[in-house]
Ligand binder design. Structure first.
Ligand SMILES: [Zn+2]
Ligand SMILES: [Zn+2]
Length: 270
Protein backbone atom coordinates (compact mmCIF):
# COMPACT_ATOMS: atom_id res chain seq x y z
CA UNK A 1 0.00 0.00 0.00
CA UNK A 2 1.34 3.41 -0.97
CA UNK A 3 0.84 6.02 1.73
CA UNK A 4 0.29 9.50 0.28
CA UNK A 5 0.32 12.55 2.52
CA UNK A 6 -0.31 15.62 0.39
CA UNK A 7 -0.91 18.45 2.88
CA UNK A 8 2.00 19.41 5.14
CA UNK A 9 3.92 22.46 6.34
CA UNK A 10 7.61 22.94 7.02
CA UNK A 11 9.13 26.03 8.61
CA UNK A 12 8.73 27.74 5.25
CA UNK A 13 5.20 28.27 6.57
CA UNK A 14 4.86 30.88 9.32
CA UNK A 15 3.48 28.24 11.70
CA UNK A 16 5.58 25.22 10.63
CA UNK A 17 8.04 23.58 13.02
CA UNK A 18 10.47 21.55 10.95
CA UNK A 19 12.98 21.93 8.16
CA UNK A 20 12.27 20.26 4.82
CA UNK A 21 14.72 17.50 5.76
CA UNK A 22 13.13 16.99 9.18
CA UNK A 23 9.67 16.79 7.62
CA UNK A 24 10.94 14.27 5.04
CA UNK A 25 12.45 12.24 7.86
CA UNK A 26 9.05 12.31 9.59
CA UNK A 27 7.41 11.10 6.39
CA UNK A 28 9.98 8.36 5.95
CA UNK A 29 9.54 7.21 9.57
CA UNK A 30 5.76 7.07 9.07
CA UNK A 31 6.05 5.01 5.89
CA UNK A 32 4.79 7.81 3.65
CA UNK A 33 6.11 7.44 0.12
CA UNK A 34 4.42 10.34 -1.67
CA UNK A 35 4.85 13.47 0.41
CA UNK A 36 3.80 17.03 -0.44
CA UNK A 37 4.88 20.14 1.41
CA UNK A 38 2.17 22.74 0.88
CA UNK A 39 3.26 25.97 2.53
CA UNK A 40 0.85 28.72 3.56
CA UNK A 41 0.11 31.66 1.30
CA UNK A 42 -2.82 33.80 2.42
CA UNK A 43 -4.98 36.27 0.58
CA UNK A 44 -6.81 38.38 3.15
CA UNK A 45 -3.81 37.54 5.28
CA UNK A 46 -4.49 37.49 9.02
CA UNK A 47 -1.14 36.12 10.21
CA UNK A 48 1.44 37.84 8.01
CA UNK A 49 1.77 34.40 6.45
CA UNK A 50 2.32 35.84 3.00
CA UNK A 51 5.20 38.24 3.65
CA UNK A 52 6.76 35.43 5.69
CA UNK A 53 6.49 33.07 2.73
CA UNK A 54 7.49 35.55 0.05
CA UNK A 55 10.68 36.44 1.89
CA UNK A 56 11.65 32.76 1.68
CA UNK A 57 10.08 31.58 -1.59
CA UNK A 58 13.27 31.41 -3.66
CA UNK A 59 15.23 29.75 -0.88
CA UNK A 60 12.40 27.30 -0.42
CA UNK A 61 12.38 26.29 -4.09
CA UNK A 62 16.13 25.75 -4.00
CA UNK A 63 15.97 23.64 -0.83
CA UNK A 64 13.01 21.67 -2.19
CA UNK A 65 14.92 20.81 -5.35
CA UNK A 66 17.92 19.66 -3.31
CA UNK A 67 15.76 17.63 -0.93
CA UNK A 68 13.82 16.05 -3.76
CA UNK A 69 17.09 14.74 -5.10
CA UNK A 70 18.47 13.71 -1.70
CA UNK A 71 15.34 11.76 -0.74
CA UNK A 72 14.60 10.34 -4.19
CA UNK A 73 15.34 6.73 -3.32
CA UNK A 74 13.15 6.86 -0.19
CA UNK A 75 10.16 9.03 -1.06
CA UNK A 76 8.73 11.30 -3.71
CA UNK A 77 8.73 14.90 -2.52
CA UNK A 78 6.15 17.18 -4.11
CA UNK A 79 6.14 20.97 -3.95
CA UNK A 80 2.80 22.57 -3.20
CA UNK A 81 1.14 25.66 -1.86
CA UNK A 82 -1.93 26.10 0.33
CA UNK A 83 -3.65 29.30 -0.74
CA UNK A 84 -6.06 30.77 1.78
CA UNK A 85 -9.04 32.81 0.58
CA UNK A 86 -7.97 32.70 -3.08
CA UNK A 87 -11.49 33.77 -4.12
CA UNK A 88 -10.87 37.23 -2.66
CA UNK A 89 -8.03 37.87 -5.14
CA UNK A 90 -8.74 35.47 -8.02
CA UNK A 91 -6.35 37.00 -10.56
CA UNK A 92 -3.38 37.12 -8.21
CA UNK A 93 -4.18 33.61 -7.05
CA UNK A 94 -4.34 32.32 -10.62
CA UNK A 95 -0.95 33.83 -11.38
CA UNK A 96 0.60 32.25 -8.30
CA UNK A 97 -0.98 28.86 -8.97
CA UNK A 98 0.42 28.91 -12.51
CA UNK A 99 3.89 30.22 -11.74
CA UNK A 100 5.28 26.80 -12.63
CA UNK A 101 6.77 26.02 -9.23
CA UNK A 102 4.00 23.86 -7.84
CA UNK A 103 2.91 20.26 -8.17
CA UNK A 104 -0.25 20.86 -6.20
CA UNK A 105 -2.34 23.89 -5.24
CA UNK A 106 -4.67 23.52 -2.26
CA UNK A 107 -7.42 26.11 -1.90
CA UNK A 108 -8.56 26.66 1.67
CA UNK A 109 -10.65 29.01 3.75
CA UNK A 110 -9.01 30.01 7.03
CA UNK A 111 -11.18 33.09 7.26
CA UNK A 112 -14.48 34.44 6.05
CA UNK A 113 -15.39 37.96 5.03
CA UNK A 114 -14.78 40.56 6.22
CA UNK A 115 -11.32 39.30 7.14
CA UNK A 116 -12.47 37.24 10.10
CA UNK A 117 -10.23 34.41 11.23
CA UNK A 118 -12.15 31.16 11.68
CA UNK A 119 -9.97 30.13 14.63
CA UNK A 120 -9.74 33.40 16.48
CA UNK A 121 -12.62 35.68 15.64
CA UNK A 122 -15.52 33.53 16.82
CA UNK A 123 -16.37 32.08 20.22
CA UNK A 124 -18.43 29.10 18.99
CA UNK A 125 -20.40 29.46 22.20
CA UNK A 126 -23.74 28.75 20.58
CA UNK A 127 -25.03 26.52 17.82
CA UNK A 128 -26.38 29.63 16.13
CA UNK A 129 -22.88 30.97 15.80
CA UNK A 130 -21.60 27.63 14.47
CA UNK A 131 -24.42 27.61 11.92
CA UNK A 132 -23.71 31.19 10.91
CA UNK A 133 -20.02 30.42 10.34
CA UNK A 134 -20.74 27.31 8.30
CA UNK A 135 -23.42 29.03 6.25
CA UNK A 136 -21.01 31.72 5.17
CA UNK A 137 -18.14 29.25 4.90
CA UNK A 138 -19.99 27.22 2.29
CA UNK A 139 -21.15 30.35 0.44
CA UNK A 140 -17.52 31.40 0.09
CA UNK A 141 -16.44 27.83 -0.67
CA UNK A 142 -18.80 27.83 -3.66
CA UNK A 143 -17.24 31.09 -4.79
CA UNK A 144 -13.77 29.58 -4.42
CA UNK A 145 -14.77 26.56 -6.52
CA UNK A 146 -16.13 28.88 -9.23
CA UNK A 147 -13.29 31.37 -9.36
CA UNK A 148 -10.28 29.52 -8.00
CA UNK A 149 -7.62 27.81 -10.08
CA UNK A 150 -6.98 25.11 -7.48
CA UNK A 151 -6.39 21.35 -7.52
CA UNK A 152 -7.70 20.43 -4.09
CA UNK A 153 -10.24 21.96 -1.72
CA UNK A 154 -8.59 21.81 1.71
CA UNK A 155 -10.17 20.72 5.00
CA UNK A 156 -13.90 21.43 4.65
CA UNK A 157 -14.05 20.54 8.36
CA UNK A 158 -11.75 23.41 9.38
CA UNK A 159 -14.43 25.31 11.40
CA UNK A 160 -15.53 22.02 13.01
CA UNK A 161 -12.10 21.84 14.67
CA UNK A 162 -13.19 24.76 16.87
CA UNK A 163 -16.68 23.54 17.72
CA UNK A 164 -15.92 20.92 20.32
CA UNK A 165 -17.87 22.58 23.09
CA UNK A 166 -21.07 23.30 21.21
CA UNK A 167 -21.77 20.60 18.66
CA UNK A 168 -22.91 17.26 20.09
CA UNK A 169 -20.71 15.12 17.85
CA UNK A 170 -17.84 15.37 15.40
CA UNK A 171 -19.94 15.32 12.27
CA UNK A 172 -20.81 17.56 9.36
CA UNK A 173 -24.37 16.14 9.27
CA UNK A 174 -25.79 19.26 10.85
CA UNK A 175 -24.80 21.20 7.72
CA UNK A 176 -25.75 18.50 5.21
CA UNK A 177 -28.05 20.88 3.30
CA UNK A 178 -25.14 23.23 2.71
CA UNK A 179 -22.61 20.49 2.14
CA UNK A 180 -24.41 18.57 -0.62
CA UNK A 181 -24.38 21.43 -3.19
CA UNK A 182 -20.75 22.04 -2.25
CA UNK A 183 -19.88 18.38 -2.94
CA UNK A 184 -21.77 18.52 -6.24
CA UNK A 185 -19.94 21.67 -7.30
CA UNK A 186 -16.62 20.05 -6.39
CA UNK A 187 -17.45 16.90 -8.35
CA UNK A 188 -18.50 18.97 -11.38
CA UNK A 189 -15.37 21.10 -11.20
CA UNK A 190 -12.86 18.24 -11.02
CA UNK A 191 -11.28 19.84 -7.96
CA UNK A 192 -10.33 17.10 -5.50
CA UNK A 193 -12.09 16.74 -2.16
CA UNK A 194 -9.50 16.65 0.59
CA UNK A 195 -9.91 14.27 3.50
CA UNK A 196 -7.83 16.09 6.07
CA UNK A 197 -6.66 13.54 8.60
CA UNK A 198 -5.69 15.99 11.33
CA UNK A 199 -9.08 15.25 12.89
CA UNK A 200 -7.48 11.98 14.04
CA UNK A 201 -5.26 13.92 16.42
CA UNK A 202 -7.88 16.50 17.38
CA UNK A 203 -11.11 16.21 19.37
CA UNK A 204 -12.90 14.59 16.44
CA UNK A 205 -10.74 11.48 16.88
CA UNK A 206 -10.82 10.56 13.19
CA UNK A 207 -10.32 11.98 9.71
CA UNK A 208 -13.24 13.84 8.13
CA UNK A 209 -14.23 11.10 5.65
CA UNK A 210 -17.74 10.42 6.90
CA UNK A 211 -19.53 7.77 4.85
CA UNK A 212 -22.44 9.99 3.81
CA UNK A 213 -19.98 12.60 2.52
CA UNK A 214 -18.01 10.08 0.47
CA UNK A 215 -21.18 8.47 -0.85
CA UNK A 216 -22.73 11.80 -1.84
CA UNK A 217 -19.56 12.99 -3.56
CA UNK A 218 -19.33 9.69 -5.43
CA UNK A 219 -23.00 9.82 -6.42
CA UNK A 220 -22.34 13.22 -8.03
CA UNK A 221 -19.57 11.69 -10.09
CA UNK A 222 -16.71 12.86 -7.86
CA UNK A 223 -13.61 10.79 -8.46
CA UNK A 224 -10.77 12.75 -6.94
CA UNK A 225 -9.93 12.47 -3.27
CA UNK A 226 -6.77 13.94 -1.81
CA UNK A 227 -5.51 12.99 1.64
CA UNK A 228 -3.27 15.00 3.91
CA UNK A 229 -2.34 15.06 7.58
CA UNK A 230 -1.88 18.85 7.74
CA UNK A 231 1.25 18.17 9.79
CA UNK A 232 3.15 21.23 10.97
CA UNK A 233 5.91 19.18 12.66
CA UNK A 234 7.72 15.98 11.73
CA UNK A 235 6.01 13.73 14.31
CA UNK A 236 2.56 14.42 12.85
CA UNK A 237 3.33 13.46 9.25
CA UNK A 238 1.30 10.49 8.10
CA UNK A 239 -1.04 10.41 11.10
CA UNK A 240 -4.52 9.23 10.21
CA UNK A 241 -3.75 8.41 6.59
CA UNK A 242 -4.39 4.69 6.97
CA UNK A 243 -7.60 5.49 8.84
CA UNK A 244 -8.65 7.71 5.94
CA UNK A 245 -7.86 4.93 3.47
CA UNK A 246 -10.18 2.61 5.40
CA UNK A 247 -12.93 5.24 5.30
CA UNK A 248 -12.39 5.65 1.57
CA UNK A 249 -12.46 1.93 0.84
CA UNK A 250 -15.74 1.51 2.67
CA UNK A 251 -17.08 4.58 0.88
CA UNK A 252 -16.38 2.98 -2.49
CA UNK A 253 -13.06 4.62 -3.41
CA UNK A 254 -10.05 2.45 -4.15
CA UNK A 255 -7.60 5.21 -5.05
CA UNK A 256 -6.53 8.69 -4.06
CA UNK A 257 -5.45 11.54 -6.30
CA UNK A 258 -1.95 12.91 -6.33
CA UNK A 259 -0.98 15.96 -8.36
CA UNK A 260 2.34 16.20 -10.13
CA UNK A 261 2.96 19.47 -11.89
CA UNK A 262 -0.74 20.06 -11.34
CA UNK A 263 -1.75 16.98 -13.29
CA UNK A 264 -3.90 14.46 -11.41
CA UNK A 265 -2.92 10.82 -11.12
CA UNK A 266 -4.76 8.08 -9.30
CA UNK A 267 -2.80 6.02 -6.75
CA UNK A 268 -4.29 2.72 -5.59
CA UNK A 269 -4.91 2.51 -1.85
CA UNK A 270 -5.32 -1.27 -1.74
ZN1 LIG B 1 -0.83 26.15 9.33
ZN1 LIG C 1 -5.16 25.04 6.15
Amino acid sequence: MILCDCHNHSWFSFDGRGSIDEMCAGAWAAGVSIFALTEHYEFEDMDDATPYYLARHERRLKEMAEARHRWADRLELLCGIEMGQAHTHPEEARALANCGAFDVVIGSLHGIRPKRDIYRDFTYATLDECDMVYQQYFDEAMELIETGDIDVFGHFDYPLRMMRTCVPEASMLRWKDRMLPFLKALADSGIALEINTSGARRWQGRPGGEQWILEAYRSYGGKRIAVGSDAHRPADVGTGIEMAYRQLLSGGFDSVTVFRQRRPEQISIR
